[in-house]
Design a protein around this ligand. Structure first.
Ligand SMILES: [Zn+2]
Length: 153
């Protein structure tokens, strides 16, 4: 499921936001990447540019590594805890609702449950992954086609 044939270079070239998010967040991991991708999908589907008025509600397990999603969302959308355009709900699954208030449009982006389970078992296994392995996993997640990673409704 996590593709081995992806072209890492092309993903890195197309994703300066990954670099900025890594600087901000302190490391690059799969859930940071998931947050960035969810945020970009939200902006794209609602036809918004980064910084435009938008409300984001993220449901996720509020502990690391899952909470890394939050920083990815903030980087991608500029909806943050600080500006109160991002609210959080504790949940066993990861899904994010994007709402464009004045046009009453909303979309929901949910992480594919089998990808979630696979990442959970890799990251929370007793054999702790090295930083480089976590990074590698992040790039794999960056390369998974959107329709295999998320359900957008
Ligand atoms: Zn993290």
């Amino acid at each position: 499921m996590l593709y081995k044939h992806m072209k890492r270079d092309s993903v890195e070239r197309s994703g300066p936001i990954f670099k900025r998010a890594e600087d901000f967040h302190g490391h690059l991991g799969p859930f940071l990447v998931i947050g960035i991708r969810m945020g970009l999908i939200g902006l794209d589907r609602l036809g918004r540019k980064k910084g435009d008025p938008l409300g984001v509600t993220a449901s996720l397990p509020l502990r690391t590594p899952f909470s890394c999603v939050i920083d990815g969302l903030q980087m991608a959308t500029r909806c943050t805890i600080g500006n109160q355009k991002l609210s959080l709900k504790n949940s066993s699954r990861i899904k994010v609702e994007f709402e464009q208030n004045e046009k009453r449009q909303r979309i929901l982006v949910a992480l594919n449950q089998s990808v979630f389970e696979e990442l959970k078992s890799r990251l929370l296994s007793h054999k702790k992954l090295k930083d480089e392995e976590v990074r590698e996993l992040a790039w794999k997640v960056a390369a998974i086609p959107e329709e295999k990673l998320f359900a957008v409704t």
